[in-house]
Design a binder for this molecule. Structure first.
Ligand code: BTN
Length: 362
């Protein structure tokens, strides 16, 4: 959990290169006008191509339906190609999709999340530095609870303890939720654990595989990292102003950079087949909304009890704890009522871990 100051820099995105044209047409907006979000009409172009995947659609028809010139359609198609979307054809013959891309377009997501807290304010980026950074900025700007920031790719994805989150284009889920719970900041870490529980349920329902939860924020499969959660907040001493919950889930990656090979895994690697990121995201958001409401109604014990039930790691595991000042070994001994991990050190001393890295040792 960390507090981040607002940065004045606009999120980097391919859309920035089209900024002048897009601003002339007032095209930037999804929920509010946030520089860099995916142009709504590009999303419409993608949906149009996806809904007619095997049919050649003429440039003229696309231009008419979206309300832009044919040369703009051509430029946007080129742009989609650069982003890895396999569009075949040319201006004279028309266009078609060679393969329906698994892109988390706000239009598709909005349809699936109708009536949900997370179906109203969607910010989609083909590329941004970090969805958590964008969501923090939105939070400071007064964005209401329920905003969802999504990226196909992050250039500076943030992980826990200042680490980087590997965010390859179009293969993982990189999403941040903005919440404004009336909570004491002391209880905010429970939201990280709650997001872990919801993610575990969603991934298991989609894949039929077992996800291990490692306190406080790790999702593991067969001991390797499948996903992680980074919660950041802006708070007063006794009250949370807003919290952003960033979730990174490795879905269709087939390989990872050398420094994390062997440590990281993906749903595709574990199950031997590709998974729809859209389906998983819909499950995840739906599950999290249910869980969040239960937490607000029932209080901290809802999260703490459920986490203790669902995480093998929380009880009786031999661990190494590396906190800022010291490193020690011991056994996990459940959670405190605030969700902190209890560890009994090898010398018998009982401690609660507030921050630091806890790893299982065998
Ligand atoms: C961890 O270290 O385990 C937490 C990783 C959290 C990564 C996600 S990806 C979406 C969101 N945006 C970020 O910059 N980080 C989080």
């Amino acid at each position: 959990m960390r507090e981040t100051a607002v940065r004045a820099t606009a999120p980097f995105s391919w859309n920035d290169t089209r900024a002048t044209e897009a601003q002339d047409w007032g095209l930037m907006a999804q929920a509010t006008s946030l520089p860099g979000t995916t142009d709504r009409r590009i999303a419409v172009l993608l949906t149009l191509l996806a809904e007619n995947a095997t049919i050649i659609i003429s440039g003229a028809r696309i231009a008419r339906e979206i309300g832009v010139s044919r040369s703009t359609v051509w430029r946007w198609v080129e742009r989609l190609r650069e982003l890895g979307v396999r569009v075949k054809g040319q201006p004279r013959s028309g266009y078609f999709l060679e393969e329906v891309p698994d892109i988390l377009t706000p239009d598709l997501l909005r349809k699936r999340m109708k009536g949900s807290l997370f179906g109203k304010r969607l910010y989609h980026f083909f590329k941004t530095d970090s969805t958590n950074r964008v969501a923090m900025e939105l939070g400071y700007a007064g964005e209401p609870e329920g905003a969802v920031v999504l990226a196909e790719e992050q250039t500076a994805g943030r992980g826990r303890a200042g680490r980087r989150w590997h965010s390859e284009r179009g293969t993982g889920i990189y999403v941040t939720l903005l919440l404004r719970p009336k909570l004491s900041p002391v209880l905010a870490p429970l939201l990280t654990m709650l997001a872990g529980l919801s993610s575990r349920a969603a991934i298991q329902a989609q894949s039929g595989l077992t996800v291990e939860l490692k306190w406080p924020n790790d999702l593991l499969m067969n001991g390797a990292k499948l996903g992680g959660i980074l919660t950041e907040m802006h708070a007063e001493p006794n009250l949370v102003r807003f919290v952003v919950i960033g979730l990174g889930i490795n879905v269709n990656q087939q390989k990872f950079p050398p420094d994390i090979t062997g440590l990281a895994t993906s749903l595709r690697k574990e199950s031997g087949k590709a998974h729809s990121r859209l389906e998983l995201l819909v499950r995840l958001l739906t599950q999290f909304e249910t869980d969040y409401n239960l937490f607000l109604r029932e209080g901290p014990s809802y999260v703490v009890d459920r986490f203790q039930r669902e995480s093998d790691f929380a009880q009786g595991k031999r661990v190494k704890v590396e906190s800022g000042r010291e490193t020690y070994f011991g056994k996990t001994d459940g959670l405190s009522p605030e969700g902190l991990l209890r560890v009994v050190k090898d010398d018998g001393q009982a401690l609660t871990v507030i921050a630091g890295d806890v790893t299982e040792v065998r």
